[in-house]
Design a protein around this ligand. Structure first.
Ligand code: DND
Ligand code: ATP
Ligand code: GLN
Length: 675
């Protein structure tokens, strides 16, 4: 959990939001003492607030009992321990999965027992026994095989038995495998996932050696991603025998390729005397998994290539009605597009800039070297980013930077601040610069259209200067769409007649339709097309620090600090930006949050509001503001698909993209009412 934030909840039924809480724990082990190990499990069970408690492989006896596994006393003790845990689980919150040795049809097997609400719900045997190097399980155990019974009898009860068991618990479908199973090329959890399991469980006893923790972490992450599932892994702890090996108690929980949490472990600097037990508890989001499984069609296609003959066992009838009143054990990132960790942010910015640049370099290869690359340089963030990408692309493609024609086009709303930035940017990047004051063209257009801009009549004696001074005296809330659109369209007309136009509009603007149709909405290639607004200033800062130096670096930092505004309405009388985009639309940090969860995860309005209530935004927003801004997002997102349906080519840089040719095909006339 980055920066240690845990958001507190009132009494909320997390199940309703698809949240399923998993605790993976390695309690202290007493080798060959099932009574002590059972006591430790029951103690964990009693204080767990999770829906699922996962404990280590052979945890009731210890993994390292060696030839003591031949002893009746040990084996009976393990079964008695299991029955005691089943009794203790009656009325308790979590389902428990614990490992033990069990005699099945006269052979000893290494199994996991699933226990819930007073019952042993099922027993899953280990499929692949490691018998190499430090492992010699083949000496004591038999692996699961075709002749296994469908049930085993424990204390007179017939318990479902087999590797074909799935355990249904609310929206969660659990499947269990045991340690070595997932270190093989074909882990049983893969086919269980295709058969419907979304919570994959691994009971393990995995000793620590140099580099193994990283390998283990990679496997857990990648198996969760490959299976579009949650993966909960727990390894035996340092209480295991150290005759030959040391066990670190590594517990990990991953979801769809992302590690949600991991425990400390011996070997990461944790001293043995500090280790009573290791544990990690995370909330996984089953709705997010369900969305990805629906979207990624190849997931279901695999089913055609497998024999999926699984049996389902129901745990906790009526589990979906179990509310909890505890902190959410899951970090909700307020800025899903902007990593909070500085190294990760830098890596992401570097990667995105490389993709944008490579996209444009390829496009340049189709053009004559005499082509002018026209870009409207406003001094704002988006056009600066596009300009920097163009400069990098020309440098990479061997085009002179003078091929880039950076044109400033001051209008009625342009402030001195952005204008100065624009002029200095053009100079410092050594591109071809030009400045066209668009105000006379706009005035002529208003007259041709017989349009009074912001209600100001235009008799023949009105000049650009007199109009500008009247505009400057307008109240702050003055609005006129035609006045804004005319300026944007004239700028685009001037650019289009100049050469190959580089687009500047970003993905968040496209989501909200915050552009003038067939004006800044259009270009020949848009390098910013899938860059979210909240990331733009970080990309500019990264480029400033890594690719440029001297005055340009300082200047780029100045641009990165500029407020976001289209500058189409006149500045206030003191020359400051009057029209802040965010005061009209709502904060971009909220819109980018909504965009991520709406498009990437397909979440409902309620789920997005719930997640927003858990996120630590930079600004403080009331619940009413968040709700209103979400309504604005949804309404604008639907109403502006017609603009997205004809956007220029441009590179996809992340999993969220709105290209109508690739990622997001939606009717332009869909109704937002149900969303
Ligand atoms: N447009 C954008 N601009 C900047 N950042 C963007 C972004 N879209 C997502 N991001 C960010 O990127 C990060 C990772 O996004 P997230 O949605 O969690 O991505 P995730 O599901 O973790 O996948 C990471 C990458 O691997 C790819 N993948 C994953 C799994 C399976 C397959 C497959 O082909 O089978 C491919 C996936 O397409 C994506 O490009 C997040 O922080 C997200 O906010
Ligand atoms: N004064 C200007 N001079 C030149 N081009 C401009 C000017 N104002 C706007 N543009 C062009 O129109 C695009 C869209 O402008 P707008 O101000 O609506 O949006 P923006 O997304 O805030 O862009 P930016 O961050 O580049 O200002 C800009 O990126 C730029 O290419
Ligand atoms: N208990 C096991 O199955 C251990 C084998 C596994 N490959 C490991 O080293 O962690």
């Amino acid at each position: 959990m980055p920066d240690g934030r845990i958001n507190t909840l009132g009494s909320i039924n997390l199940f309703e939001h698809g949240i399923f809480r998993i605790q993976a724990s390695a309690p202290p082990t007493v080798v060959a003492n099932p009574v002590a190990n059972t006591d430790a499990v029951i103690e964990h069970l009693n204080r767990s607030v999770a829906d699922l408690l996962v404990l280590p492989e052979l945890g009731l006896t210890g993994y390292t009992c060696g030839d003591l596994f031949g002893s009746d006393a040990l084996l009976r003790g393990a079964v008695e321990g299991l029955l005691r845990i089943a009794r203790a689980s009656e009325g308790a919150r979590p389902a428990v999965v614990i490992g033990l040795p069990l005699v099945v049809n006269g052979s000893l097997m290494n199994v996991a027992a699933v226990v819930a609400d007073g019952e042993i719900a099922g027993i899953v045997p280990k499929t692949f026994l490691p018998t190499y190097r430090e492992f010699y399980e083949g000496r004591h155990f038999r692996g699961s095989g075709a002749a296994d019974p469908e049930t085993v009898t424990i204390a007179g009860d017939e318990i479902p038995f087999g590797t074909d068991l799935l355990f249904a618990y609310g929206e969660a479908v659990l499947a269990v495998e045991i340690c070595e199973d997932f270190w093989t090329p074909l882990p049983p959890s893969s086919s269980a996932a295709v058969a419907g399991a979304n919570v994959l469980i691994n009971l393990s006893a995995s000793n620590e050696t140099i580099g193994k923790a990283e390998w283990r972490r990679d496997l857990v992450r990648s198996q969760s991603g490959r299976c579009i599932a949650a993966y909960a892994y727990v390894s035996a702890g340092p209480g295991e025998s150290t005759s030959d090996l040391v066990f670190g108690g590594h517990c990990l929980i991953a979801e769809n390729g992302t590690l949600l949490g991991q425990s400390r472990r011996i070997g990461d600097g944790l001293e043995p005397e500090w280790v009573a037990e290791t544990s990690v508890c995370c909330d996984v989001d089953l709705q997010r998994l369900a969305h990805d499984r629906r979207v990624i069609g190849s997931f279901d296609d695999v089913a055609e290539h497998l024999e999926l003959d699984y049996r389902r066992v129901d745990l906790f009838e009526g589990a979906s009605a179990r509310p909890v009143s505890v902190p959410l054990a899951r970090y909700v990132d307020a800025h899903p597009f902007v990593p909070s960790e500085s190294g990760e942010l830098a890596a992401r910015c570097g990667e995105i800039l490389a993709l944008q640049t490579a996209g444009l370099v390829k496009r340049l290869s189709c053009l004559s070297k005499e082509t002018a690359l026209a870009i409207g340089v406003s001094g704002g963030l988006d056009s600066t980013l596009a300009l920097l990408v163009a400069v990098r692309a020309c440098d990479a493609a061997g085009w002179p930077r003078t091929s880039i024609h950076g044109i400033t086009m001051p209008g009625f709303g342009t402030t001195a601040h952005t204008r100065t930035s624009a002029d200095r940017l053009i100079e410092a990047t050594e591109i071809t610069g030009d400045c066209i004051d668009i105000r006379q063209l706009c005035l002529d257009t208003f007259r041709s259209l017989e349009h009074d801009p912001l209600g100001i009549p235009l008799p023949d004696d009105v000049t650009v200067e007199t109009l500008q001074s009247q505009l400057n005296d307008l109240p702050d809330d003055a609005a006129d769409l035609t006045f804004e659109n005319v300026q944007a369209r004239i700028r685009t007309m001037l650019l289009m007649n100049r050469g190959f136009v580089l687009g500047t509009g970003d993905m968040s603007e496209q989501a909200l339709g915050w552009s003038t149709y067939n004006a800044d909405h259009m270009s020949m290639y848009n390098v910013n097309t899938s860059v979210p607004k909240t990331l733009v200033r970080f990309l500019v800062r990264y480029a400033a620090d890594h690719f440029f130096d001297g005055e340009l670096t300082d200047l780029l930092h100045r641009v990165a600090d500029t407020p976001i505004s289209p500058e189409l309405l006149p500045p206030s009388s003191d020359g400051e930006i009057r029209q802040s985009t965010e005061s009209t639309l709502g904060a971009y940090e909220l819109h980018d949050f909504f965009l991520f969860h709406f498009v990437r995860n397909g979440f409902t309005r309620d789920k997005i509001l719930f997640l927003a209530s858990q996120a630590a935004f930079d600004e403080t927003y009331s619940p009413a503001t968040i709700e209103q801004t979400l309504d604005t997002f949804i309404k604008r997102f639907f109403h502006n698909q017609f603009k997205r349906n004809c956007v220029p080519d441009g590179p996809k840089v992340g999993s969220v993209s709105l290209s109508p040719r690739g990622d997001w095909r939606m009717p332009s006339d869909a109704d937002p009412g149900a969303f």
